[in-house]
Design a protein around this ligand. Structure first.
Ligand SMILES: Nc1ncnc2c1ncn2[C@@H]1O[C@H](COP(=O)(O)OP(=O)(O)OP(=O)(O)O)[C@@H](O)[C@H]1O
Ligand SMILES: [Mg+2]
Length: 508
């Protein structure tokens, strides 16, 4: 064996040993280039990887970071671009006299007299071009580069396997990272509040806002129909805030007679009015340091609104019949199921007060707009009342369907009361349809549509109905796993009728 040949084999052996030695392909390839340079007196070497439109140097020997960074070529551009595009090696015996040589990395000083050759071979697997290896070599007069080419091709073969394996590994890592981030985001995006049930998107929006504002002192206005959970949310905000160890004081503005309201809110001095036998603290004073919850704020008498406005703005007031100014620090949460904007328009609610209360509005959607929450609320309340009443009642699927289909005008409170009654009244621990209240059993969903906003069907009513009919039949069939008789029943059709329609619409 010639000495040269022996040297080549040693080089290849050394390179094969470093490949795969580091999880970072750039490091591995650089080590390989260093070995090449030791064996063959190479002044510079690069490995570039091909993308869709470009080929880019990812590892080098004898180049600075800056020089390496400049190493980007369009496919077909310059020597590296050409080899990456065509997959055929190029040898340039003297880079000074070759026009296609770009010296893009600006790593060579072309002025001096030494002749430098550039040898560039593709890194290929089968017919797929993955990139290129290029080396600079001091060149002697009339030298042939066959030996260098042969060696570089072998090394390129080794690199190819390595780059390919790495791309599989990277793809896998990428998808794992994506999956992890997705899971993380899912976890991050789910908000929860103690004792407040809500998996629906709409409730998640509510929970997110609650978490965002709880720690601030901003006034919050909770809007929502009766029984949607306004008070529950108000308490959650308080318990999530820094004031949680201070009082949460509720004032029901609709339950207190107008004449007593002022003293209720602000307190009174002894003898302030008939019956005021002793001095008394108002709710604002009691709530000092904590949160005051002004429930049913829409019912606050107009006469008291200026005084409330002043408390909100200045955090100070005087007791009824008192002269001393009392200073407090309270966070204000108010709630109403009335349309405050309309009350403002009608002159029943002061606009300036409305703006002060409504710094952060939180709208709690009615239960009928978040059907998804119904089954979990049912589970939650069934468990709660089973425990409370020492029972073991379950609601069967048939009954559950009716409960989900009902529109719950009284929202969660109505649902809660219904479940408690069902648990209490149940004789055999199973709630079936006949145990449900009549209004729920006989409820038929009507389309609560705003006629103004209905657009006419494109193709006319008969065709529109056919589309809908077909969809319902498919849905019913999938629900009954293809049982035509049962599907017919669900839709109020006889077996004959449904068979006819299945044929008509060509449903499998
Ligand atoms: N998301 C929920 N999860 C669990 N329980 C809820 C939820 N929402 C409401 N509730 C329960 O429903 C009942 C009514 O809630 P709450 O009193 O907070 O409603 P509200 O909006 O203040 O009603 P109203 O306007 O009639 O005063 C309470 O017993 C409350 O615990
Ligand atoms: Mg309430």
């Amino acid at each position: 064996m010639s000495e040269k040949f022996q040297k080549e084999i040693n080089a290849i052996y050394e390179i094969s040993k470093v490949l795969g030695s580091s999880p970072d392909i750039k490091v591995t390839l650089r080590s390989a280039l260093v070995i090449l340079s030791n064996f063959f007196k190479i002044s510079k070497g690069i490995v570039a990887v091909k993308g869709d439109e470009e080929v880019e140097i990812i590892s080098s020997y004898g180049l600075t970071r800056e020089e390496e960074k400049r190493g980007k070529y369009k496919l077909g551009e310059g020597v590296i671009g050409r080899v990456a595009k065509n997959g055929i090696p190029i040898v340039i015996p003297d880079i000074k006299s070759e026009a296609i040589f770009l010296n893009r990395t600006k790593s060579r000083k072309i002025e001096d007299n030494t002749k430098i050759a550039f040898i560039c071979v593709p890194i290929k697997i089968k017919n797929q071009i993955l990139g290129v290896i290029g080396i600079d070599k001091y060149s002697e007069e009339n030298r042939k580069f066959e030996d260098d080419l042969r060696l570089l091709k072998i090394v390129a073969g080794l690199f190819a396997i390595n780059i390919k394996l790495n791309s599989f590994y990277e793809a896998e890592k990428f998808s794992l990272i994506q999956e992890r981030d997705l899971l993380k985001n899912q976890l991050k995006e789910r908000y929860s509040l103690k004792n407040v049930i809500g998996e629906s998107e709409k409730m998640q929006v509510v929970f997110e806002t609650v978490h965002q504002v709880a720690k601030t002192k901003a006034s919050i206005l909770l809007l929502g129909e009766s029984g949607t959970g306004k008070e529950l949310i108000a308490k959650s905000i308080h318990y999530l805030s820094d004031r949680s160890d201070k009082p949460f004081v509720r004032v029901n503005c609709s339950a207190i007679p107008e004449g007593l309201m002022e003293s209720e809110l602000f307190g009174h001095e002894k003898g302030a009015f008939t019956g005021a036998v002793s001095a008394r603290k108002g709710r604002f004073e009691l709530a000092n340091g904590g949160t005051i919850f002004l429930d049913e704020i829409g019912d606050l008498p107009l006469s008291l609104q200026p005084k409330l406005l002043r408390v909100i703005q200045e955090m100070e007031f005087e007791k009824v019949g008192g002269e001393k100014t009392i200073k407090v620090d309270v966070r204000i949460i108010s709630a109403t199921n009335r349309n405050l904007e309309r009350l403002v328009q009608e002159g029943k609610f002061r606009e300036d007060l409305y703006f002060r209360l409504n710094v952060i509005p939180i709208i709690i959607p009615p239960l009928r707009e978040r059907e998804g929450d119904i089954p979990i609320l049912i589970d939650f309340f069934t468990e709660k009342f089973n425990k409370l009443h020492g029972k073991n009642v379950r609601i069967n699927d048939r009954a559950l369907n009716f409960l989900i289909n009902y529109n719950w005008p009284g929202n969660v409170r109505e649902l809660e009361n219904t479940i408690e009654r069902l648990v209490l009244m149940s004789k055999d621990d199973i709630v079936d349809v006949e145990n449900l209240p009549l209004n729920i059993r006989e409820f038929k969903r009507t389309f609560e549509r705003d006629v103004e906003n209905i657009s006419l069907p494109e193709k006319g009513l008969p065709e529109f109905f056919e589309i809908i009919e077909k969809e319902y039949i498919i849905k019913a069939l999938s629900l009954t796993k293809g049982n035509r008789k049962q599907a017919g029943k669900l839709l109020g059709l006889t077996e004959r009728q449904i068979n006819y329609k299945i044929q008509k619409y060509n449903i499998n």
